[in-house]
Ligand binder design. Structure first.
Ligand code: AMP
Length: 329
């Protein structure tokens, strides 16, 4: 089915259900939170007689300024509901595994569709964010759907965060046209950008520490290991510790950068965040129980030995890329 037909069939399904439950992936980011809250807002405004819930099992400190999600509802309410899972590439990444209890499931996503799921699946891998898809959905049926400044703010937030402030190559003319449509609702961008980008004093101290302690391999892979001791010293939440990856993204010649982040005490899993420009890293992540987009992926290692192996792997890939390509920076 073409994307317009898919969107149309999603709208028809929404109309045919009294109860709709919206889900997103665990460890949410701006796009996961923004797209689900934005969709909920659109559906609440457009169909005030329907019950529209947002049911997830974890939170995102970083996005707390967008407001709370819904309290858990009774499990028995799932079986007659339509479930819409947004921004969640595979079913096992869902924050709330109970989504599968819903009578029918719709998937809306922009990640690579490696393990499809859902009765209707609208996936556009080239979109810069799931929020962009929600904006497109609204824009396609705006005679029938309602959006306001609050909803536009949710959706715009995810578009900004998932596109690196509209810098990534997934940003198209349509991305900006849809963002423009949202801005016209009167979004308070001063407050939004302050919420997104102001740093705590301690966080900047941590950044300074990161720049003093990051390492670079022979071929330019930059990496940092944020162990538990470091997290304690700077009083970091796991969210703040994970955000270290963005500090490493502007180093000339370093086309791959990695952050290793210790989990909670007693958990020996080390979260890996992989980022790159020009060269792809998702296939590397797949070797280490992960996956993701070409230039933004995640993985997990369980020991320093495995960490070293991943770094060596990344270094070899970067060496190969640099030897075979020109024009990289
Ligand atoms: P993150 O560094 O966690 O923000 O991950 C970057 C991207 O990689 C996300 O958008 C996810 O789609 C993907 N990703 C992260 N972890 C995994 C995983 N374990 N398996 C598959 N994809 C992942």
């Amino acid at each position: 089915m073409k994307n317009y037909e898919l969107m149309k069939s999603i709208l028809e399904k929404i109309k045919s259900y009294q109860r709709i439950i919206i889900f997103r992936h665990y460890r949410p980011d701006g796009d996961a939170v923004g797209s689900t809250k934005g969709l909920q807002r659109i559906l609440q405004l457009s169909f005030p007689e329907k019950e529209i819930y947002l049911q997830n099992s974890d939170f995102c400190d970083y996005m707390a300024f967008l407001g709370k999600e819904d309290e858990p509802i009774d499990e028995s309410l799932y079986e007659s509901a339509l479930g819409i899972v947004v921004d969640t590439g595979t079913a096992d990444r869902a924050s709330n595994k109970k989504f599968s209890l819903c009578k029918e499931i719709i998937k809306i996503d922009h990640h690579i569709d490696i393990k499809p799921y859902g009765d209707i699946s609208w996936v556009e891998e080239e979109r810069s964010s799931s929020c962009e898809m929600i904006a497109k959905f609204y824009d396609s049926f705006k005679d029938e759907l309602v959006l306001d400044k609050e909803g536009a703010t949710y959706i715009y937030t995810g578009m900004v965060t998932d596109s690196g402030r509209f810098r990534y190559h997934s940003v198209s003319g349509e991305t900006l046209r849809l963002a423009g449509m949202l801005l016209d609702f009167g979004i308070d961008t001063d407050t939004l950008y302050a919420n997104l980008y102001l740093d705590e004093y301690n966080a900047l101290k941590f950044k300074a520490y990161v720049y003093n302690n990051m390492k670079m391999t022979d071929n330019g892979v930059v990496y940092i290991y944020v162990d538990r001791r470091m997290q304690k010293r700077f009083g970091l939440t796991s969210e703040q510790a994970s955000n270290v990856i963005s500090s490493l993204d502007s180093i000339r010649g370093s086309l791959i950068w990695l952050a290793f982040i210790d989990g909670k005490k007693g958990d020996n899993a080390i979260r890996v965040r992989l980022r790159s420009r020009f060269v792809t890293v998702n296939t590397l992540a797949e070797k280490y129980s992960g996956g993701g987009h070409d230039c933004a992926a995640g993985a997990t290692v369980h020991s320093k030995k495995e960490m070293k192996a991943l770094i060596a792997d990344a270094d070899a890939r970067l060496a190969k890329y640099k030897s075979e390509n020109e024009g990289w920076l």
